[in-house]
Design a binder for this molecule. Structure first.
Ligand code: ZN
Ligand code: FE
Length: 248
């Protein structure tokens, strides 16, 4: 099984999961890069997985979804072309490439956003980013905080496939939000070297995100001191961080 990022627009990754013959694409906001990758690797598309309704994640569905192609997506959002609407706890089984995934409802960025977890990987759209998290377009801070909490509780070695390359900007914010975090500083240097070499900083993993991502570190003393929220509930620290990042 191979998982390759297809860069699209300015900073999206469309993830293509394939076994050498059959492929599944996650959040195809643009059909062009997907069609070129399928042709280039000699792959047949067998399913589409969608995390939420935004156009940069769904714009290529109509062009890619030939009749009979399963299109999985959140039941709580209206997305044209979805054939298999999914809710929290549902399971997705795909024969080729062989995938067994569990659906986790992660409201916050949008009301119905879902993530897919299984086979040691997490496909999380615009909910958890490397070093950051999605904006609150439809959901509340409390919802996003709870959603990120569920993702952070997954096994530490889970590989995390986010839909955008926002890592360096996120880690710049992380430095402001949590000045004292040597592990994050070292990780930031590694990510900068990857970007300088023209490579993605993804996938990351859950253990790394617990260590470097301020949005998963609302209990950190350094974060709390920065926000002057020493004794506030975690969710209030999260709301403070998210509001600050919107202006950062
Ligand atoms: Zn989005
Ligand atoms: Fe997006």
């Amino acid at each position: 099984m191979e998982i390759i990022p297809l860069p699209a627009f300015s900073d999206n990754y469309l993830w293509l999961i394939h076994d050498g013959r059959h492929a599944v694409v996650v959040d195809p906001g643009d059909d062009g890069p997907v069609a070129r990758a399928l042709a280039g690797h000699g792959l047949e598309l067998t399913a589409i997985l969608l995390t939420h309704h935004h156009a940069d994640h769904t714009g290529g569905v109509a062009a890619l979804a030939r009749a009979g192609l399963p299109v999985y997506g959140p039941a709580a959002e209206h997305i044209a072309g979805v054939t298999h609407p999914l809710a929290d706890g549902d399971r997705v089984a795909i024969d080729a490439p062989s995938l067994a995934l569990q659906v986790i409802a992660v409201p916050g960025h949008t009301r119905g956003h879902i993530a897919y977890f299984g086979d040691g990987m997490l496909l999380c759209g615009d909910t958890l980013f490397n070093g950051g998290c999605g904006r609150l377009f439809e959901g509340t801070a409390a919802q996003m905080h709870a959603s990120l909490g569920r993702l952070a509780a997954l096994p530490g070695d889970t590989r995390v496939y986010c839909a955008h390359e926002y890592t360096l900007a996120n880690l710049e914010f992380a430095r402001a939000a949590e000045p004292h975090n040597p592990e994050r500083d070292a990780y930031r240097e590694r990510c900068r070297a990857l970007r300088d070499a023209g490579r993605p900083t993804l996938p990351t993993d859950i253990a790394t995100q617990r260590a470097v991502n301020p949005f998963l570190r609302c209990d950190s003393r350094s974060v709390r001191d920065t926000l002057a929220l020493a004794d506030a509930p975690d969710v209030q620290v999260f709301a403070g961080l998210r509001a600050w990042k919107d202006r950062f």
